[in-house]
Design a protein around this ligand. Sequence first.
Ligand SMILES: NC(=O)c1ccc[n+]([C@@H]2O[C@H](COP(=O)([O-])OP(=O)(O)OC[C@H]3O[C@@H](n4cnc5c(N)ncnc54)[C@H](O)[C@@H]3O)[C@@H](O)[C@H]2O)c1
Length: 270
Amino acid sequence: MSNQLLKGKKGIIFGALDEKSIAWKTALACHAQGAQLVLTNAPVALRMGEINKLAEQINAPVIGADVVNMDDLKNLFEQSMQHFGGGVDFILHSIGMSLNVRKGKQYTEIDYGFNQKTLDISAMSLHRVLRTAYEMDAINEWGSVVALTYIAAQRVFPDYNEMADAKALLESVTRSFGYHYGVKKKVRVNSISQSPTRTTAGSGVKGFDGFMNYAEKMSPLGNASGEDCANYCVSLFSDMTRMVTMQNLFHDGGFSFTGVTAAVIEQMEK
Ligand SMILES: NC(=O)c1ccc[n+]([C@@H]2O[C@H](COP(=O)([O-])OP(=O)(O)OC[C@H]3O[C@@H](n4cnc5c(N)ncnc54)[C@H](O)[C@@H]3O)[C@@H](O)[C@H]2O)c1
C-alpha cells in the first residue's frame, strides 16, 4: 500500500547487491512511496550486473562508487545533483564488509591490516559520505540519512567478530556527525539496528541459521524482515519523523529488551 509518503523526495541508496539486500527492498519501498532514486554500489558489485534489474524496475540511474574512495563519492554526488537538478533529501547507507570474517580469522587473532579496511568500509564510510555531502552542500534542509547496524555494537555475539567494533564505530559516527549536520542544516542522521536477515552479508556470519532461529524465539514479535526494515527506512526518510536524529533505533521485534521468552525456556527444558 502506498501513501506517497516520499512524494517529491530524492534519495541515494547505497548497497543493493541482489534481491535479498536490505537496500534493494528499501529502494523498492521508497519508489513505491513516490521517491526518485539514484542507486550506487562498489564497482565490483556492479560487475555482477544484478543491480541493473532493480534500476530498470524503478527507473533509476546507477552510479558506481567505492565508498572508501573520496573521488568516487564526490563524483557520485555531482552526478546525482545533476540528475535531480538539485540536492538530495535522503540517503541509505547499507554497507558492511569484514575481511577477517571472510578470511576465517577469529576475533582473538584478527589481522590488523584487514581490520583497518573493515572499519573503513563498514563504519568510517558513513563519515566519508556525510563529509562529502556536507562539503558539497548536497543534502537539502530536513534531509535524512540512515545507516544499518546490529545489536552486537552493544552486546557480545561472539561470531559477529570485528564487525561488532565496526558497528560501534558506525553508531558513534551517526551521533557525532548527526550533531554537526543538524546544527549546520537540520539534516538528521540515525542508525537502524536490524534483526538478523538472510542476505549475502548476513549469511557470512558463522552459525547464522542457528542464530536466526534463536533471535526469532527471543523476539516477542519474531524477527523483523528485510521488507519491514525497508518500511521503517521509509518512515525515517519521511517528514513524519522530522525531529528524530542521532539515534540508534532498534528494529528487532523486541529482541533488544527481552531477557528470556517462554519459547527459549521450553527449548532449554528439552
Ligand atoms: N543481514 C543481516 O542480518 C543484518 C542485520 C543487521 C544489520 N545489517 C546491515 O545491513 C547492511 C546491508 O547488508 P545486507 O544484509 O543487506 O547485505 P548485502 O550483502 O546485500 O549488502 C552489503 C552491501 O555492501 C556493499 N559494499 C561492500 N563494500 C563496499 C564498498 N567498498 N563500497 C560500496 N559498497 C560496498 C556490497 O556491495 C553490498 O551491496 C549492512 O550494513 C549490514 O551490516 C544486516
